[in-house]
Structures are given as structure tokens and as C-alpha cells.
Design a protein around this ligand. Sequence first.
Ligand SMILES: [Zn+2]
Length: 178
Amino acid sequence: MSQKNPDQAEPDDSQPVVKTDAQWRKLLTAEQYRVTRQKGTERAFTGEYWNCTKEGVYRCVCCGAELFTSDTKFDSGCGWPSFYAPTDDKRIESAIDRSHGMVRTEVMCRRCGAHLGHVFNDGPRPTGLRYCINSASLKLEEKTPAPADSSDKRNAGKPKAEQPDAQKPKADKSAPKR
Ligand SMILES: [Zn+2]
């Protein structure tokens, strides 16, 4: 915790981001503004990320805080990007939402207060949670493919199609333990 590098270009995640309504309007698209600043909900199956399987980090569209990663994203079939855990609980704020005749738990970006979506108790293991998040609240920072290293050269003679794992979901070391 004391190893923070002050020279890091990225602003401190713990610093709240506060902007005026007019500033947010300028910064965001109409849909992003409606969802994040007015607690709107995008229509199911219409967002950019509900069926996105790209690897990377999902940041707050408003302030850039790292909220979710593709490692915890799963296909819930609900039409919104779903995650079973945030990158860090501390980056998420929750509140009881009694709108629309329901009692739900709203989740927001702690840093800037952006409405993200809701969290439900019907998610998969290991958390049992389903963070049902609007695509409009997120910005995916795609993971850049690792540069080919020398270990690849041993297989250089083989055609790529022979790799049996190519179709399988990636099971790398960072995958959650079952
Ligand atoms: Zn934010």
C-alpha cells in the first residue's frame, strides 16, 4: 500500500471525481449520460458489451475507474454485461433502489457516482452474485496480445490450426479457482 508510485500517469483511484451536470453532458453521449447520471437503463441486448467476450478491463465510462475485468464476466442471458465480482469491492458503491415497484440493489462507481446497474443474488460461483451492468456505463480497455516470445519458435514449423486449445475459453493462471 505504501508502494504507490507518484509518477504514475493514472490518477489516484481514491480521489473522487466531481463534475457539474453540464460537464458530464459534454463528456458523455446522450445514452451514457442518461444511464450513468440519470440512473437510466439501456434496453436489453442493445448495448455494446452484453455479448462481448474480448479480454480486458472494463472501466467507468465517466471517470475511468477500473470496475470489472473480462475474467469475471459471464453469459447470464439477460441482455446486459454480467459479472460475478467487481475488480475491487471498494470501487463499487451500492444503495437500495425501490423504483419501478421493485427492491433492488443499485451499484454505482464509488469514485464519480455513476449509475452502473444492479447486483442480484442469482449469479454463479464463487460469489453467487450477478452484477448486471449497463454497457453504456462501461468502457472496455482491451488487453493487448502478449508479444510472441521465443517459446513460440519451437512450434514454428507446425501450422497454427493444430493447437487444440484454440477454441476453448482461456484458462490462464489468473482464472478464478473452482
Ligand atoms: Zn466512475
